[in-house]
Design a protein around this ligand. Structure first.
Ligand code: ZN
Length: 170
């Protein structure tokens, strides 16, 4: 890509309009997340194409991962920009498929497509590590690039597991 195209792409991404309703802003607060963090997750995903898109095309799920936390933005296109529908995070770190590899044939197809690979995502167990303990958990996985995402429905389960492990350590 030449530099002019790159600059135009970047400026397009950084002028991106991202709406966050009051309800979602309160949810972020409850989950200890900042609006700016969520905006960055969306911008990075739109720039890189690294995200899941629902099969009906209505929603996207993107994530940002550092050593301690994985943050997710669930968002949708709205009036030429985007609107954040939900944000959540987990401290457990996804390390890879439980048992060493994903059994793609036996797995259920998820309602998501990996945009980077244009591949149907599957539902699969992945190993999650936190405070020295590894547990399997259900995740949405791209069988091609191996990207792993936590669906919003799994948040209470993973939060519960984190709480138990923190208590055990304490
Ligand atoms: Zn992929």
């Amino acid at each position: 890509m030449d530099i002019k195209k790159l600059i135009s792409k970047i400026s397009k991404v950084y002028s991106m309009d991202i709406k966050i309703s009051e309800e979602v802003a309160n949810l972020l607060k409850d989950n200890g997340l900042k609006a700016e963090e969520m905006e960055k997750v969306i911008k990075d995903a739109e720039e890189s194409g690294k995200k899941l898109e629902s099969k009906d095309g209505s929603k996207c799920l993107a994530k940002a991962e550092d050593d301690n936390l994985t943050c997710y933005a669930l968002y949708s296109a709205s009036n030429g920009g985007f609107s954040l529908d939900s944000g959540y995070a987990h401290k457990m770190k996804m390390v890879g498929p439980t048992g060493g590899e994903f059994n793609v044939e036996a797995a259920d197809e998820a309602d998501w497509i990996c945009k980077k690979c244009n591949e149907n995502a599957i539902e699969a167990n992945v190993d999650m590590t936190y405070l020295g303990v590894t547990r399997p958990g259900n995740a949405i996985v791209c069988p091609k690039c191996g990207d792993m995402y936590l669906g919003e429905d799994m948040v209470p389960t993973i939060k519960g597991a984190e709480g138990i492990l923190e208590e055990k350590r304490g």
